[in-house]
Design a protein around this ligand. Sequence first.
Ligand code: C6P
Length: 417
Amino acid sequence: MESNLKTNINEEILNIEKIRNDFPILKQLIHNKPLCYLDNAASTQKPQIVIDTINNFYSTTNSNIHRGVHYLSEKSTQAFENARIKVKDFINAKSEKEIIFTSGTTASINLVAQSFGRKYLNEDDEIIVTTMEHHSNIVPWQLLCDEKNANLKVVKINDIGELLLDSLNDLISEKTKLISVMHVSNTLGTINPIKEIIKIAHQNNVPVLLDAAQSIQHIEIDVQELDCDFLAFSGHKIYGPTGIGILYGKENLLDEMPPFMGGGDMISKVTFEETTFNELPFKFEAGTSNIAGAIGLGAAIDYVKSIGIENIKEYETNLLNAATDAVKEIPGIKIIGNAKEKTSVLSFVIDNIHPHDIGTFLDFEGVAIRTGHHCTQPLMDFFKIPATSRASFAFYNTLEEVEQLTIALKKTIEVFN
Ligand code: C6P
């Protein structure tokens, strides 16, 4: 389909044809229509190199890590630790000791809540989050606060979906033990001013956890430059496998934190009287890790680096702008989330049509979007809506797909009216 959209999008930034060929799943027809996959904020598709790397691992190398002296175990360990170095370099951490493999963003945040939080939070202390957080960055803190008789404080947002930093200044106090904030909103696409947040936090000696689940795949992240204290992300949102994720933490903080889970790999010596713990990062990696997942994530990071995160950002911003302009023109549609700084997410509601009906109808047109509260129910309450429809873009999406989305939306409105 030739796109008629008037935009300055420059597909020359990336070699889209080649890129799309790297993703076998995109070649499918769904309900006899070309698959238009716009549910990337939920999970991204995997390039062939990631699929091959995992296949190759299980076909040639599979063995448990850090345990055996045999050839395969050593090879497996080397590949696993090599993936850790790739992650460390990708986010510019100081040391591999600061890179903990977890099962995903949710697990990483829970680790901080249960380890850092249990150690440092006392009665009446406070944790600060924001109105737009994902449930994974709310519920772990609620559980902790319940246990400790501490309080969760919430930074407010404005009607276009931007954080009100004055509200943060008002909330922060000597009771604040941590600020945990998303870098990019999965529902609104808002890019939060994290440098300013970290500056305010550190002026008050408060550490910051960044939920980078929706930024790691779109924006260059340098943890030393940002000076964030913790950072969490999921492999599956950056073209890697599911079931693998990262917790970055500053070494001095991780060093002082107690283990979260007990088991194999995280111990130094166990007796019935006393157990001593392994050094970082293994102290936080109890049990057999998702070895293939970590190695697959390493391959995904190599792939993203080969395209260039700056190119990705520029291309996706153009795509989002084109989609926003096109969708805005459709009568009856209201965009939810109009922050000045946004990336890759377009949430909207349509008069008199429930988002689930929109999602189902779009599916018949081959267009995959997500509908619902996107695990951000407090944010839905703020906007006084039960749900939105959300198109979310990756660098393999095209202007033609934006057109496919808008045509499908117009059709949906026509049918329902
Ligand atoms: N958001 C979405 O469709 P996990 O499930 O642990 O990989 O990621 C959780 C998570 C945490 N923070 C943010 C900002 C997120 O967007 C997500 C996952 C998906 O928006 C699934 S609800």
